[in-house]
Each structure stands twice: as structure tokens, then as C-alpha cells.
Write a new protein. Structure first.
Length: 610
């Protein structure tokens, strides 16, 4: 039986703190016909594809056999030509159009076929460009140092520095092409196959047929007791799929093992960290801080949560169970809160949101055939889009802040030259959680105490999912890679036991984690995408520190803007160093965890008499 914190009012109302400019009519669906193409038969699609092809072929013809590294002037011209090629974005536009269609309709077979056709076509073109970075990477070390000091090359210094660093792990062009072409068959297709199996599995619960993944997404809609029963059925399915998943993960790890060995990477996670432009010391500090102080905090939270539910031990399925109800803001009310938060930090951020709302850059509501969840997608040459499945809830209000935070970051980064307008996941997750946390703080500040306790509980729940849970997954992946690399494979039971161990490590004794719960690895998609899970924890803790400084001194908003406009012009850690945050120090992450620690203490205080 679950107890609930009393929360009397179910009506949501909000009065903006800032004076907001008028907002035009909100468009709640993507306008692909205006921003992209009329349909898959639009002749402009093939015209754009051919322009993209011509640009690449012209660049290859000019530079492929040319000597473009023997002098500063030759290298400068080649880099300018490469930058001009980056500005040809039609290939991106074609691929995104069909991808966005499949998000709106998972049964859009025509779009799926076009994606495969253009992906194969453009992948071959991409392989023709491998020579450029490989050739620059072969420049002698003495010449590298010289070029990194040349004033005429200043604009390209960071681009060159990245190429020189990556060159330590380069293979021959022929080998690079082989790995690129085989990546999908030895890694991607395994993941796609298991994903398809997961999505096709069905269960029956309360006389209703549910897809297994649909049931996972719907868990929070059920009562405390029903959730445990539904979870057990889901995990039975996962255990059965474990026979296939063990081979999938073994194939993925062995693929990565071969690649890492050939490239000479020290650890199984080194290549992931390098691809996100983080210093390995920064990630090591993050892992240590969260695995020690962070796990102690999450264990304390679950102990408090178990008491709120009136039980000694929570079933794992109920680790996120609600403790009370909150008002349910409409989409229009959520927009008002987010506009207030964005404009309050900087008018430019609010203007980005307004443009997206008015021009059909946000697909808001769920509908038949539309994929679930939420995301932001953007690139040079195309509008920045956000994808939602909004329903009236605080969670979706926070999701708007998170996804539009990504969008604001993307738009601000376009002030950089195109070679630096992109950014890594570490930066992206910092920006999104920055705006999400600001929105959450605004919401909590206006709620009465009984609702504040519920909102605070939900906030801590979310932050633990973003920080401690992701680092537990990172630690699981380290074990998995080491086990498979040593023993050749991991059985489904061994993988479940590894996952059980690492889930226990962050939830503690107040949550019961069984071996069956360990089969979570079967559905946890992040495990198939390298070690990028750490970026969620990294982003959350760094953004917490940024907010702490902003609340202490409002002028720090200028530093926040410096980060948001930096794009990929420096390494992530150097971008934060420039605004006074030392990501290589464990103290930075411990300071970030103090925010969560204070929230847990406040929750304990607010619920002491329950």
C-alpha cells in the first residue's frame, strides 16, 4: 500500500515574473512542406542530392591528389575549401526530411526506403572524404606545432588540433573505409534486430494487449501494486529475449574491441570520451564523485521514499512511484512558464522559443502512428525542430524546457563559423538541463508546501535518473566490456547479475533489486551506443553549478551566454574553463551534488510529519 503526500489544489495557475512580448498564433505541428519538401516525389529532393554529390566530387577532384600540407598557404586554401564544402547542407536536408517523416508516422514505408537509399549513396560519398583528415593527420609533429602557431591559420587551430589528436588512432584509408562500411553489419544491424524483436513483443495486462515497450512507457500510469505486476510481466519477456540480447551485446563489444585494439585506445571507453571532446581526467573525476557521494545521496533518497510509501523496502518497479498529485498545466500554460524562464535569463532565448512556436517548428501532441518520447533535432541549413508528445503534466512542462534548451543552444551556436557550429553531447546535455532546472526551480517556488514536497520528490527522482542511474549504467558497461573482452562472451544470466549489482549500488537497501530486474539491460538502448550515458550526469552537474553561480550573481548570465554561443570552437572542458568551471576537478562534481543534497534535506523536512 502506498501513502501519498496531501496536495489539495489540482488547478494550475501561473503569473509571469517578467513582462513578456506578445506571442503570435501557435502552430502545433511541423510544417515539413514549407521547410523541407512537398512529398517524396518532389523533384527538388533529387536536385538537392545531386548538388551535394557534385560539391563533394569537386572537392575530391581538387584536393585528392594535390599537395595541400607542405606550406601554410596551401593548407589554408584546403581548409577554406573544406569549410565551403561544410556549407553545402543539401545532403543533410534530404536525410532529415525522410527521418522526420518516420518520427511522425512509424509506418511510413516510403520514407524508410528513401532513408536506406540515400544513406547508402551518401555514405559512399562520405568515405571519399576520409583522405582529407587522414592526410592532415600525417603532417610531421614539428610541422603540426608550427601550424598551430601560424596566425593566418588561427581560425582553424582547434579544427587542426582535433585532427592531430585523432590521428594518433587513425588507420589507413582502406582500413577506415572497411570499418565504416562494416559498422552497420557487425554492430548496427544487431541492435536494429533486437530492437525490432522488442517492439514486436506483446503482453496482456488487465485484459488489454500492450506492446512490451509500450507497457514500459506506461508504467507510471498504473497504481503502486499494478505497476509491480506489470513490471514482472515485462521482465519475463526481457528474460526470454536475453538469449538474443546476449549475442547482440557480445557482437557489439567484440566489434568495439577490435576497433579499439587497431586504433590503440587504452580503455574501452576512451574513444567515446574523445569523440565527445572531453578530457578523460574530467570523466574519471565525475565517475568517482557520483559513485561515492552521489550513490550515498540516492540511497538516502530511496530510504526516505520507502518511508513515504509506508514500507521498508520498495520493489524496483516502484522506485519512481509518485507520492502525490500535482496540478496539470495545459500546453499553453507550460509555454507561458517556459517563455517567462527563457526571457528572464536572456531575451534572445525567449525569441528562439517564440519563433519555433509561431513557425511550426514544434510538433506538440501525440497522435496515431507518431513515435513516442521527445527530442530536438537541428543542423545548419535547416530549421531547428522539437518533437513532443505533450500531455497535461509537470513532467511534460519540464520536457519542453529541456528540449527547447537544446534548441536554444543549437541556435546560439550558429553564431560560430559552420566548422564550429556543431557541438558534442556533453555540451548539449549541459544546455538542456540548465533550462530544465531553471523551469523546475520556478515551478517549485510558486507551489504551496504540500505540493512543493511532491514536486521536490519528483525533481529528485528525475535528477537521480539523470546522474546516479546513468553512472551506474556506465559502471555496468565497464564490467560488461571487460568480461566479454576477457571471456569472449557473456551469458544472459551473467549480464543480468552484472546489471543487478550496479543497480543495487545506487539504490541501496531501501530498494529490492532481483536478478530478474537485472534483465533491464535487454531494453536499455543506451548500452548499445557506447559510453555516452555519462554525458547526462556531466551535463546535469555542470548546469547545476552554473545555476548556483547565476543565483549568487546575476551577471553570470553573460558567462552562460558565452557557453551557449561557443558551439564546438574548443573542447568541452576548455569551454567551461573559460567561464570559471574546472571540470577536471572532482570538487566541481561534488559541489554540483550539493544541490541534490540540499533538495533531499528539504524533502525530508517537508515530509517529516507524514
Amino acid at each position: 500500500m502506498s501513502k501519498k503526500v496531501s496536495s489539495k489544489s489540482k488547478t494550475f495557475s501561473y503569473t509571469p515574473v517578467n513582462e513578456l512580448p506578445p506571442l503570435g498564433k501557435i502552430q502545433t505541428e511541423w510544417n515539413l512542406k514549407e521547410h523541407y519538401y512537398k512529398n517524396e516525389h518532389d523533384p527538388q529532393i533529387e536536385k538537392d542530392a545531386k548538388r551535394y554529390e557534385r560539391a563533394i566530387k569537386a572537392f575530391v577532384k581538387k584536393c585528392r591528389k594535390a599537395d595541400f600540407t607542405s606550406s601554410t598557404s596551401k593548407l589554408l586554401q584546403a581548409l577554406k575549401d573544406n569549410e565551403a564544402l561544410e556549407e553545402v547542407t543539401e545532403g543533410t536536408k534530404v536525410m532529415l526530411y525522410f527521418d522526420l517523416r518516420t518520427q511522425l508516422n512509424v509506418n511510413d514505408t516510403a520514407a524508410k526506403k528513401k532513408i536506406l537509399q540515400y544513406d547508402e549513396r551518401f555514405r559512399k560519398l562520405g568515405n571519399e572524404l576520409l583522405f582529407f583528415g587522414l592526410t592532415i593527420g600525417k603532417i610531421a609533429r614539428t610541422e603540426q606545432k608550427k601550424y598551430l602557431k601560424e596566425h593566418s591559420l588561427k581560425k582553424y587551430h582547434y579544427q587542426l588540433a582535433k585532427i592531430f589528436e585523432e590521428a594518433k588512432h587513425d588507420l589507413t584509408e582502406a582500413e577506415e573505409k572497411i570499418l565504416s562500411l562494416r559498422a552497420n553489419t557487425s554492430r548496427g544491424m544487431w541492435s536494429d534486430a533486437v530492437s525490432k524483436i522488442r517492439n514486436n513483443r506483446k503482453i496482456v495486462f488487465k485484459n488489454k494487449a500492450l506492446g512490451v515497450m509500450e507497457a514500459l512507457d506506461a508504467l507510471d500510469q498504473y497504481s503502486f501494486d499494478d505497476r509491480t505486476k506489470l513490471w514482472d510481466q515485462i521482465m519475463t519477456e526481457m528474460e526470454q529475449m536475453g538469449d538474443v540480447a546476449e549475442h547482440e551485446l557480445t557482437a557489439i563489444v567484440n566489434h568495439d574491441k577490435v576497433s579499439n585494439h587497431l586504433r590503440g585506445y587504452k580503455h574501452s571507453y576512451t574513444s567515446s570520451i574523445q569523440s565527445f571532446e572531453n578530457d578523460e581526467r574530467a570523466v574519471d573525476a565525475l565517475i568517482e564523485a557520483v559513485s561515492t557521494k552521489g550513490f550515498a545521496l540516492s540511497k538516502k533518497f530511496y530510504s526516505i521514499k520507502a518511508k513515504l510509501h509506508g514500507i521498508k523496502t520498495l520493489p524496483y518497479a516502484n522506485r519512481t512511484a509518485e507520492v502525490g498529485e500535482l496540478p496539470k498545466p495545459t500546453f499553453e500554460q507550460s509555454v507561458e512558464v517556459c517563455r517567462d524562464v527563457f526571457y528572464g535569463l536572456d531575451a534572445r532565448y525567449g525569441e528562439v522559443f517564440d519563433t519555433m512556436l509561431e513557425k511550426g517548428h514544434i510538433d506538440v501532441f501525440p497522435r496515431n502512428g507518431k513515435r513516442g518520447s521527445a527530442f530536438m533535432i537541428g543542423a545548419d541549413g535547416v530549421p531547428t525542430y522539437a518533437f513532443l508528445n505533450y500531455s497535461n503534466s509537470f513532467r511534460w512542462l519540464e520536457t519542453i524546457a529541456h528540449e527547447i534548451g537544446h534548441a536554444i543552444h543549437g541556435e546560439m551556436s550558429k553564431t560560430q563559423p559552420m566548422i564550429y557550429s556543431d557541438f558534442t553531447l556533453s555540451s548539449a546535455e549541459t544546455a538542456s538541463t540548465l533550462f530544465e532546472q531553471l523551469a523546475i526551480k520556478r515551478l517549485i517556488s510558486i507551489l504551496p508546501d504540500e505540493q512543493k514536497a511532491v514536486a521536490l520528490h519528483d525533481t529528485i527522482n528525475s535528477s537521480i535518473a539523470a546522474i546516479q542511474r546513468q553512472i551506474a549504467c556506465f559502471n555496468f558497461m565497464k564490467d560488461m566490456y571487460e568480461h566479454i573482452s576477457t571471456h569472449g562472451l557473456a551469458t544472459k544470466q551473467e549480464l543480468a547479475q552484472m546489471m543487478q549489482k550496479h543497480l543495487k549500488a545506487y539504490v541501496g537497501p531501501a530498494v529490492e533489486v532481483t536478478e530478474k530486474d537485472g534483465y533491464s539491460y535487454v531494453y536499455w538502448g543506451h548500452i548499445r551506443r557506447g559510453y555516452y550515458v555519462y554525458t547526462y550526469a556531466y551535463g546535469h552537474l555542470i548546469s547545476s553549478e552554473m545555476i548556483r553561480r547565476y543565483e549568487k550573481d546575476a551577471s553570470y548570465a553573460a558567462k552562460i551566454h558565452e557557453f551557449l554561443t561557443a558551439g564546438g570552437s574548443k573542447s568541452v572542458d576548455d569551454i567551461f574553463k573559460g567561464i570559471g568551471i574546472n571540470t577536471r576537478s572532482i570538487d566541481t562534481y561534488l559541489d554540483g551534488l550539493k544541490v541534490q543534497e540540499a533538495e533531499i534535506k528539504e524533502l525530508e523536512k517537508l515530509t517529516r510529519n507524514i
